[in-house]
Ligand binder design. Sequence first.
Ligand SMILES: [Fe+2]
Length: 448
Amino acid sequence: MKSLSLLHLGDVHYPETRHGAAVIDDKDPGFSAALKARVSPHRLTAVMATIRRLAENQADLGGVLLSGDLTTNAKVGEYKECIQYLQKCFGGLQPWESDGLHVVPGNHDVNRSKIPLPGSDDEPDPVPHADSLEKFEEFRTAWAEIGRPILAVDAVRVTELNASGCRLPVISLNSCLGCGEYRRLPARFQKAYISLLSETKTGRADHRDLVEQLDTPAFDDTHLADIASTLSGIPSSVPAVVLAHHGLLPQAVPRVAPYSEVINAGIARYRFAGCNKPIIYCHGHIHESAVEILSHPEGGRRPLVTVSAPVLDAGFNLISFYFTDTGLVLGCEVTRYVFQNYGDVTPMEPIRIPLGDRDEPEYASDALSVRIGKVLSRKATRFHALFAAVKSQSADVEETVEEAGLANASPAEDEVVERLREMEWLGVVEITARVQAHKHWILRRRLV
Ligand SMILES: [Fe+2]
C-alpha cells in the first residue's frame, strides 16, 4: 500500500496568535511580563514546532494547504509578516517549497478599502462588482514577492502531487468574491434618511451613507465549472482535494449573521458530490475541527468529504491518502492534532474514510485476495490462523485459484498483511485491534 499526505492549516489570524495566547491563569497584571512569557507554553509556537517535526519525518508528505484568514485586519504589512513567519518556520521543507503549497484568501484577508462603492438605486454601479478583484491584489502580490505567485483569486489553481504512480490533484478555489461587498439599504430607509437630511442645513445625503458592507462568501460559477471539467478528466479511482476558505454547509454551532454562508454552496455541493469522484474539500473560517461526509443520490459511491481546520494556534490536520500498489485510491485518514494546555500538541484517533469502490472492475481481486477471501468467514479468526489457512493447500482454495488461472505461490506474511489492509479499506474484512501489531489482529468477513 502506498500513501500521500497533506498538512491542512487553518486560520492563522496573524499577528494575534503570534503575540498573544500564552497559556497562563494570570491574576496579577503587575507581575513581570517577561517572566510570565518564560513560564507559559505558547500555543502557536508549540503548534508550529510540531508541524515542523512532522514535516521533517513524514516521508509521504507532499503539500501544505493554507485555508485563508492569514491575518485579521487585512493590513498588507501584517499579511507580509505572516508570510515571513510561515516561511521562517517551514522554509526549506520539501512540501512547503513544492507546488504542493496552496493558499486561498479568507474574508479577513480582503482589503475592504479597495472595494468600489455601488451607485444609487437609480444609477448603475460604477464598476461591475464581479470584476473587482482589487481587494485581493496586495495579498496576491505579497506571495508573488517571495517568488510564490500562488494565491488563487481570479481562477482556480490546479497542481498535482504524484508519487510512485499515486496521483492527487489539488485545487485552490476562492470563496471570498463577495466578502466586503456593499449592499444598498432598503429603499424606504434611503428615502427616510434623505428626507431627514434635507431638513437640516448640511442637507445632502452621500450615497456612502446609504450602503452597508457585508461579508458575503461566494464562488465564481465559472470556477466551479472549471473544477467540474478538471474532475471529469481524471479517473474515479483518483481522489481530488479542493481548498477554499468557507465551508459548504452551515457550521454545527448556530451562527446568527446575515449572508454568512456561501450563497452558491448548493451548486458546488451538487457539482462535487455528483461527479462520482472522491473529493476532500478542505476549509477554515469556522475555527473548529469538523469532518462531514456528503453524497448525492445519483453521484455514485464516491463521497464528498468536508474537513475544516481550527485556528492554527489550536492545532491542524494531517490528511493521509492510501492507494493500492497500482495507484487506486483506497481511503483517507484525517488526523487532528490538538494543542493541549500543558504545551504538547497531540494527535487524536484518525478518522478513516473509505474512498475506493470494490465493485468497480479496476479493483478486481488478484490471486492473493481470492485466496484470502476464500478462507475468511464471519467467524472471528486470529491472524496466525488465517495466515496458516491461506498458505494451506486445501482443495477449496486451490480449486478457486486454479479456476481463476492464478499463480499458486505460497504468499509471504507481509504480503498477506498488506492485502488485508487493502481489503479492510474496501469493506471486505473487519480488523479488530488494527492499531496493534498484525499478530494480534482478529479478523472476520464483513457482511456486504
Ligand atoms: Fe477566521
